[in-house]
Design a protein around this ligand. Structure first.
Ligand SMILES: [Zn+2]
Length: 253
């Protein structure tokens, strides 16, 4: 564990992110210096690139459309109540799901889960599961810890609940103050066929408007296949798939 490096990166991220994002921003995903056992950071198959989007649903529909139009799939790790209430964005989630993108959990309110109790973590998971059951009828399989921050104790809880914990091996830098052109340049530096799980945020408008179209084009021209985390890991996308609910008074945060 390189704790010092991690702490430095966190403080940099927070100070950088304070200005350009709204007050409710929880951007600033931590670098993966602290890797817990059992956390996935890359795909099983060479030539696979799994674009992932955290902190939404927000502008995700735009990214989803771009990727689907290019014949690809992506993964959206959604919050319940972070930038917006998930029930206000139910149509976005349904659209992404119907395009074949995978919906995973990123907790209800985006806490650093290493700083909360087991009971609090379970509650964070319960609330997102309940929402996705109502909106899509599914129980998610994939979990992305906020800030990439997770330790062995939480991985154990998550795995007992059937989750696969997914971090990343490429950060577009969109929560670290990188400009769109810097993020695009980073994507262009990726070396095919090394498998990639890429971190992005669909709460960041330049990401969905500018970076994703360029990244999709760059990755495809290198030869990458744009896959969901399900295909990336060879695991079913959901722990269960059922019938969605109808909107009622319980659809609120
Ligand atoms: Zn996040």
């Amino acid at each position: 564990m390189k704790l010092i490096a991690s702490v430095l990166l966190v403080s940099t991220a927070l100070s950088v992110c304070a200005a350009p994002y709204p007050a409710n921003s929880t951007l600033g995903e931590r670098s993966l210096e602290e890797r817990a056992t059992g956390v996935v950071t890359t795909c099983k198959t060479k030539g696979h690139a799994a674009l992932t989007f955290d902190d939404g649903p927000y502008y995700g529909a735009t990214a989803g459309k771009t990727i689907a139009n290019a014949g690809g799939k992506a993964t959206f790790f959604v919050n319940g109540n972070n930038w917006d209430c998930i029930y206000n964005r139910a149509d976005t989630i349904k659209a992404l799901y119907s395009q074949g993108h995978v919906i995973g959990s990123h907790t209800w309110s985006h806490p650093d889960i290493t700083q909360i109790s087991a009971a609090q973590l379970n509650n964070q998971l319960d609330l997102v599961e309940r929402a996705l059951k109502k909106i899509l009828g599914v129980k998610p399989r994939f979990f992305r810890p906020p800030y990439g921050s997770v330790n062995d104790a939480q991985v154990k809880i998550l795995q007992q609940r059937g989750y696969t914990v997914v971090n990343w091996n490429f950060d577009s830098g969109d929560s670290m103050g990188k400009s769109a052109s810097e993020s695009i340049a980073a994507y262009k530096r990726l070396s095919y066929p090394n498998a990639v799980i890429a971190l992005n945020h669909d709460t960041n408008k330049p990401t969905v408007d500018v970076v994703v179209p360029a990244a999709v084009s760059a990755l495809k021209s290198k030869g990458y296949k744009l896959v969901s985390i399900s295909e990336c890991l060879g695991q079913s996308a959901y722990q269960s798939v059922g019938t969605p609910g109808q909107r009622d008074s319980s659809w609120k945060c």
